[in-house]
Ligand binder design. Structure first.
Ligand SMILES: [Mg+2]
Length: 224
């Protein structure tokens, strides 16, 4: 275990790892959610937003953080409503496009691209894998179990997250809602994951932070 953790934290991590390994025994495949399951989402999102705000204030117009946030949330709301249950409903590119269009009455190509790349670069820099993840995935590999990441977002950014977290060699398949066409908990994405894993749902342990979307019919579920 890396240094800097106290005994209480280490024993909590070990207990979680043991519970997971116990739950995963006799399963053929593990379906893991990505965001807020393998790392803590909120600090990364905040780092991304703050970096995007710095750029906006410097290069677009001098507004307050509060004003920027309210414009961001308004744009996000519009896109969410328009693209409900699709991967693109989370696209930061679409959010920033909508934010700028609402403000200036026309598309701002350069600023849209720049805000999106600044957001994700800051987000990725902040990401840190939860300590139970790597030992658990190594254990699954050792047991010959397939590991799939089943996640609601677009492929491009989820690939970048996996690369950043150093999980390339530890997962067998990535399944995104972009690829499946619909988001969890819709069955389309789980069906696609089952096809890739070549197994039935009874042989799957689904792991995630949100039972409403990560729980899969007829599969065991573990909430982290
Ligand atoms: Mg999640």
């Amino acid at each position: 275990m890396p240094g800097g953790r106290n005994l209480h934290q280490i024993s909590r991590i070990m207990a979680l790892l043991n519970d997971l390994i116990h739950k995963a025994a006799a399963k053929k495949a593990i379906f893991l959610d990505l965001d807020n399951t393998l790392y803590s989402y909120e600090p990364c999102h905040q780092a991304g937003l703050k970096a995007a705000f710095q750029y906006y204030r410097r290069s677009v117009e001098g507004i307050s953080w509060r004003n920027f946030l309210s414009r961001y949330h308004a744009a996000r709301h519009v896109i969410h409503k328009m693209l409900r249950r699709q991967a693109a409903s989370h696209s930061r590119l679409l959010y920033f496009q909508a934010l700028l269009e609402a403000r200036f009455g026309r598309t701002q190509c350069q600023h849209t691209l720049k805000l999106e790349s600044i957001y994700w670069n800051a987000f990725l820099r902040r990401m840190k894998l939860f300590p139970w993840v790597r030992p658990f995935l190594r254990h699954c590999k050792g047991q010959g179990q397939k590991v799939l990441l089943v996640t609601n977002l677009t492929l491009d950014i989820q690939l970048r997250k996996i690369h950043r977290l150093g999980l390339n060699g530890l997962i067998d398949f990535l399944v995104t809602s972009e690829e499946a066409g619909l988001e969890k908990p819709h069955s389309a994405i789980f069906k696609l994951a089952l096809r890739k894993a070549k197994c039935s749902s009874r042989k799957v342990l689904a792991v995630g932070d949100d039972p409403r979307s990560d729980r899969m019919p007829s599969a065991d579920f573990f909430q982290v």
